[in-house]
Design a protein around this ligand. Structure first.
Ligand SMILES: Cc1cc2nc3c(=O)[nH]c(=O)nc-3n(C[C@H](O)[C@H](O)[C@H](O)COP(=O)(O)O)c2cc1C
Length: 170
């Protein structure tokens, strides 16, 4: 797959099979995550890999959707407020930008391996923090279900603004 094929192939997968993700695939995906760039190379992140039945239940409590329960595993992406770079001119923190790049590496690497993912940010952060407590300063940015895509997984046409709508040339 060239890059545009990879970008086109990635979609928000909302139904998975029970098949577990192999250690080889998970290791490959996480190596791609590790190589993501970040502001001032701070790498203000960590990724909690949730595979156990007990762990999956904890994550599911924070985002109660039937399709979400089908995922055999989740990766919860956290940012560290103490480590993220902050731009001095306007105090804009860049941890969310850093995490977004790393998470998109994750989703594209999974796509390359034939696996499905979906960004999930609409979870309840208080429930997640109660279920999976973290040290001070760590904030969950996204939960990424990861698994083999079910044959009948819903998939819609890409609906995107046109290039002329999103590019300004000056
Ligand atoms: C930051 C972010 C948060 C998202 N949160 C959710 C979510 O909580 N639940 C969900 O079902 N999809 C979520 N999505 C998926 C988007 O709805 C999806 O990416 C968008 O509709 C485009 O579809 P595609 O990913 O299939 O190309 C999220 C995507 C992004 C980038």
């Amino acid at each position: 797959m060239d890059f545009i094929e990879l970008c086109s192939a990635r979609f928000s997968a909302r139904k998975y099979t029970d098949e577990v993700v192999s250690d080889d695939d998970l290791s490959y995906i996480m190596q791609c995550v590790r190589l993501a760039p970040s502001a001032v190379n701070r790498q203000p992140w960590k990724f909690v890999v949730v595979k156990s039945a007990e762990g999956r239940k904890k994550v599911q409590a924070a985002y109660q959707r039937d399709w979400f329960y089908t995922a055999p595993m989740y990766i919860v992406a956290y940012k560290n407020h103490a480590e993220e770079w902050v731009r001095k001119y306007d105090n804009k923190p860049h941890g969310d930008v850093d995490l977004s790049i790393a998470i998109e590496h994750l989703t594209l690497a999974a796509t390359e391996r034939g696996l499905g993912t979906c960004w999930v940010c609409a979870f309840d952060p208080e429930v997640l923090a109660a279920e999976i407590p973290q040290p001070e300063g760590w904030e969950a940015v996204a939960i990424i279900p990861l698994g083999h895509i079910a044959e009948d997984c819903p998939k819609t046409e890409k609906n995107r603004k046109s290039l002329s709508d999103i590019i300004e040339t000056i």
